[in-house]
Ligand binder design. Structure first.
Ligand code: URA
Length: 445
């Protein structure tokens, strides 16, 4: 280990054998944390080349179980978002592409972030179970075409150990370490075609678009080296996605979107990622055809019907698809947050809104903390809207007066208004296709 740390510290290249050795030995408890921490810091400063990054990812995959999806019909697909405030795309996209005939067997993590992860959102639905075994998951997908379950600790144990160490040694925001961490879990989860949503902006890991594209390229390359069809889209996380942040509120918004309604940005993002999944699965390049198919499934109610089937299959109350508010938990307290000065909304700081949601009880302060499914935020306006002083721009929900007050304070500093109409924020910055070809868009939402 000493020789490997020195080699990387001095800018050397680690061989595949060396990488497999240190990952295997670390998971077996044969390398002390201080040496692994030193190696992570050397990687943080010196980086890893694409070959080293792929070798690291595959070594991490080999550290635990992998899910065998070969018994499933069709092309198995998966999506992943690098994380954002109000990101409920999986709740819409899963049923939408399953209704289009794709096979979706998805494993999700339980985010430590400001708001809950996908699992926490789904668990806001009374009765919903996410602790299916891999066999139960496969059986459910055979029946319904879709399952979203909790990732087991047996999948990529190397990532769990390394992430915990990175978290306390200031080595989380290293591109090759993020890419290998995300991709090891995606490869182990077994899908053949994967679309990654790499967020950029104030509420994202990679605040600069160039860094987000570099992460997207690195992950597509890892996928290609592992023989999977992987594409990435780079999308905005400058303001929250959609209008709601918080678990039950986000389920309600996902249902609206599946009904063909819902906020424009959420619908558009689901159509963009969904079309790419369809093209990968169909091995086709007819983007307009794929998009039309998905719009048809939203308009006809087929996507909503698939959502209901999926919820019922995982033990949840299917009536959530008809009248979400009568089924989902509702908070006992709420209040409006008002606009301080008249003008246009110039920005809504996604990170601050996320922190406000966490203070309201919608997210965890520490791993294992309970979550209040009913707590959260409903934005009434988004960037670009013309507003006058004193009018509400958001409503916040909690079950505790102190939490409501703390959330309100943070929300008050999340909004910036201007007398000048702001330029519109792009929703989609571009994409990296499965061959690594990068396209940057000038299109605005
Ligand atoms: N998400 C992950 O799964 N891993 C990282 O390293 C960063 C974000």
């Amino acid at each position: 280990m000493y020789a490997l740390i020195r080699k990387k510290r001095d800018g050397g290249e680690l061989s595949g054998e060396e990488i497999r050795q240190f990952i295997g030995d670390y998971v077996a408890g044969q390398i002390p944390d201080y040496q692994m921490a030193a190696l992570l810091m050397a990687i943080y400063f010196r980086g890893l080349n694409p070959r080293e990054t792929s070798d690291l990812t595959l070594a991490m995959v080999a550290s635990g179980d992998t899910v065998d999806l070969t018994a499933l019909p069709g092309v198995t697909v998966d999506k992943h978002s690098t994380g954002g405030v109000g990101d409920k795309t999986t709740l819409v996209l899963g049923p939408l592409v399953a209704a289009a005939g794709l096979t979706v067997a998805k494993m999700s993590g339980r985010g430590l972030g400001h708001t809950g992860g996908t699992l926490d959102k789904l668990e806001a639905i009374p009765g919903f179970r996410t602790d299916l075994s891999p066999d139960e998951m496969v059986r459910q997908v055979q029946r319904t075409g879709l399952a979203v379950v909790a990732q087991t600790g047996k999948l990529v144990p190397a990532d769990g150990l390394l992430y915990a160490l990175r978290d306390v040694t200031a080595t989380v925001d290293s591109l090759p370490l993020i890419a290998s961490s995300i991709m090891s879990k995606k490869l182990a989860a077994g899908a053949k075609a994967i679309v990654l949503d790499v967020k950029t902006g104030s509420g994202a890991f990679m605040s600069a678009p160039d860094d987000a594209f570099a992460l997207a390229r690195a992950m597509v390359e890892i996928g290609a080296a592992a023989g999977r069809a992987v594409e990435a889209v780079v999308t905005s996380m400058d303001q929250p996605l959609g209008l709601t942040v918080g678990n039950a509120l986000e389920v309600e918004e996902a249902v609206e979107t599946l009904r063909g309604e819902g906020p424009a940005d959420l619908r558009e993002l689901c159509l963009v990622i969904g079309s790419r999944l369809l093209l990968l699965a169909r091995n086709s390049s007819d983007m307009y055809g794929a998009r039309d198919d998905l719009v048809g499934l939203l308009d006809s109610g087929a996507a909503l019907e698939k959502f209901r089937q999926f919820v019922v299959a995982q033990g949840g109350d299917g009536r959530v698809a008809d009248s979400p508010r009568s089924v989902l938990p509702q908070s006992s307290l709420s209040c409006d947050v008002t606009v301080p000065t008249s003008g246009y909304i110039e920005s809504i700081d996604a990170l601050m809104v996320g922190e406000a949601a966490r203070s309201l009880g919608a997210g965890r302060q520490r791993k294992g903390d309970p979550i209040d499914a009913a707590a959260g935020i409903r934005l009434l306006h988004k960037v670009g809207a013309q507003v006058t002083a004193g009018m509400p721009w958001a409503t916040i929900y909690a079950n505790d007066q102190e939490k409501l007050a703390a959330g309100r304070l943070l929300m008050q500093s999340a909004l910036v208004t201007s007398t000048v109409e702001p330029k519109s924020i792009p929703l989609i910055y571009g994409a990296v296709d499965r061959l690594g070809i990068e396209v940057r868009l000038a299109g605005k939402m």
